[in-house]
Ligand binder design. Structure first.
Ligand SMILES: Nc1ncnc2c1ncn2[C@@H]1O[C@H](COP(=O)(O)OP(=O)(O)O)[C@@H](O)[C@H]1O
Ligand SMILES: [Mg+2]
Length: 390
C-alpha cells in the first residue's frame, strides 16, 4: 500500500502584483519521485521553498508525514529545521572552508548526534555518493560534480523523510550532468527515499520521475506518470513543453463519431482519430493540428488524394553526422525534421509527409498558440525505411 508522504493543498504565493504560485495542489507517495517541471519563472522554486519552510504562503497547507507544517487558516508555520526534510540546491551551498567530512557532519551536529554516530553515518553516506576517499579534503578543492555530491550527502546523512532537490544538476556540464542523473536514479532506487524534484530539463524529469507535474505560470497544467503526460498531453502547453511537436493551422471540415476531418495548408481531407467521448471542435472552426515528430513518416509518394500525406519541398539538407536535418517547406511555412542518413533526400525534391490519423491531435486555435505555429523543428520516426520502400 502506498502512503501519502507529502501533501500540498491549494498553495498560493503572491509577490506584489505577481501570483507566482497559483493554487497548487499535489501529493507525493512514500518512495515516489515527483517532479515539478516547467519553464523558468513558472513557480517551481517558490513551491519548493514553501514546502521547505523558507517561504511563507499567502494561502494553503503543507502536510509532511501526517503532520501539518504550514497552514494559513490554522496559523501553523513550522520552521525549516523542524520539518525533517533534506534539501539540495542548484548552487551546492556547501561551506568551502570546511572539509568534506565537516560539511556532511554539520546537520548531525545541529541535531546533537554523538561522535561515534556522526562518524559512522558520515562515512556511510560519503561511501554512498562515491566520496569515501575525500573525507579530509577542503570542500573548496573539489570539482563541481564532487561539490554537488557533498551537498547530496549532507542532505541524506540524517535520513530525512523527504528530499527536496532544486535543479541540483543544472550547474554541471553536460557529461557530468548525465552521469549524476544516472547516479541519482541508482541511489534513489537503492535507498527508496521520497523526492520532490524541481527541474526545467525534460530529460531529467522524464527519466527520474515516478510522476511529473508540468507547471505553467504558477499552476499545474498536468500531473501524471512521464509516459502518460508525454503521450496524452491535456493542453497544448504540455504538448509543446514535453518533447518536440509539429503544428499546422487548419479548419475542421467534417465530424464523425470516432474521427474528424481537417484541412490545412491547402491539404484537404486529413483524418484525425478521436478517442471515445473526447470533445470535438465544430465544423468550420479554426484549429491547430499537432503531431509528435517521431510519429511522422517521410514518403516518396506525395500524390494528392492519398490519405494524410502532405507534399513538402525539401529546401535544405543539413548533415549532422549520424543523421540529416531536412528543412521542409509546407505551403507558407518551414519546418525541420531529422531523418536517418540513408534517407537520400535531395534539395529541390518533393516528398510526402505522412501523418497517421491515430497520432494527430486537434486543439482549438487561440491567438497565443497561432504565434508559435510558424517555424518548427521535429524528428521523423521510421523515415529511412519508408524512403527505401518507396
Ligand atoms: N522573492 C521574490 N520577490 C519577488 N518575486 C519573486 C521572488 N521570488 C520569485 N519571484 C518571482 O516569482 C516567479 C516564480 O519564480 P520561481 O519560483 O523562482 O520560478 P522557477 O523556479 O520556476 O524558475 C518569477 O516570476 C520570479 O521572478
Ligand atoms: Mg527555480
Amino acid at each position: 500500500m502506498s502512503e501519502t508522504f507529502l501533501e500540498v493543498r491549494n498553495l498560493v504565493k503572491i509577490f506584489g502584483k505577481l501570483t507566482a504560485v497559483d493554487n497548487v495542489s499535489f501529493k507525493v507517495e512514500q518512495g515516489e519521485v515527483v517532479t515539478l517541471l516547467g519553464p523558468s519563472g513558472c513557480g517551481k522554486t517558490t513551491t519548493l521553498r514553501m514546502v521547505a519552510g523558507f517561504e511563507k504562503p499567502n494561502a494553503g497547507e503543507v502536510e509532511i508525514a501526517g503532520r501539518v507544517v504550514v497552514s494559513t487558516n490554522r496559523r501553523i508555520q513550522v520552521p525549516p529545521e523542524r520539518r525533517d526534510i533534506g534539501m539540495v540546491f542548484q548552487s551546492y551551498a556547501i561551506w568551502p572552508h570546511m572539509t568534506v567530512f565537516e560539511n556532511v557532519a554539520f546537520p548531525l551536529k545541529v541535531r546533537h548526534a554523538n561522535r561515534q554516530e556522526i562518524k559512522e553515518r558520515v562515512e556511510k553516506t560519503l561511501d554512498l555518493v562515491g566520496l569515501a576517499n575525500f573525507s579530509d579534503r577542503p570542500a573548496i578543492l573539489l570539482s563541481g560534480g564532487q561539490q554537488q555530491r557533498v551537498s547530496l550527502a549532507r542532505a541524506l546523512v540524517y535520513s530525512p523523510s523527504i528530499l527536496l532537490l532544486d535543479e541540483p544538476l543544472s550547474n554541471l556540464d553536460a557529461k557530468l550532468r548525465e552521469q549524476m542523473r544516472i547516479e541519482l536514479k541508482r541511489l534513489q532506487q537503492q535507498l527508496g527515499f521520497t523526492v520532490l524534484f524541481v527541474t526545467h530539463d525534460q530529460i531529467e524529469a522524464m527519466s527520474l520521475s515516478t510522476r511529473l507535474a508540468v507547471m505553467n505560470q504558477g499552476h499545474i497544467e498536468q500531473l501524471g506518470p512521464p509516459q502518460e503526460v508525454y503521450e496524452r498531453p491535456q493542453t497544448p502547453f504540455v504538448e509543446d513543453f514535453l518533447g518536440r511537436i509539429l503544428r499546422f493551422r487548419g479548419t475542421v471540415t467534417e465530424r464523425q463519431s470516432n474521427y474528424q476531418v481537417v484541412e490545412f495548408d491547402g491539404v484537404k481531407n486529413v483524418q484525425v482519430r478521436v478517442s471515445d467521448g473526447a470533445e470535438q471542435a465544430a465544423v468550420g472552426k479554426k484549429v491547430l493540428v499537432a503531431i509528435r515528430p517521431e510519429d511522422v513518416r517521410v514518403e516518396r509518394d506525395h500524390a494528392p488524394g492519398r490519405g494524410n500525406i502532405i507534399p513538402c519541398d525539401v529546401e535544405n539538407v543539413l548533415h549532422l553526422g549520424r543523421e540529416y536535418e531536412l528543412v521542409l517547406r509546407v505551403a507558407d511555412r518551414v519546418c525541420t525534421i531529422t531523418v536517418p542518413r540513408e534517407s537520400g533526400s535531395k534539395v529541390g525534391q518533393t516528398i510526402g509527409l505522412y501523418l497517421p490519423a491515430e497520432h494527430l491531435r486537434v486543439w482549438a486555435a487561440t491567438a497565443a498558440l497561432e504565434e508559435t505555429g510558424t517555424e518548427q523543428t521535429t524528428r521523423a520516426g521510421s523515415a529511412a525505411r519508408d524512403f527505401r520502400a518507396g
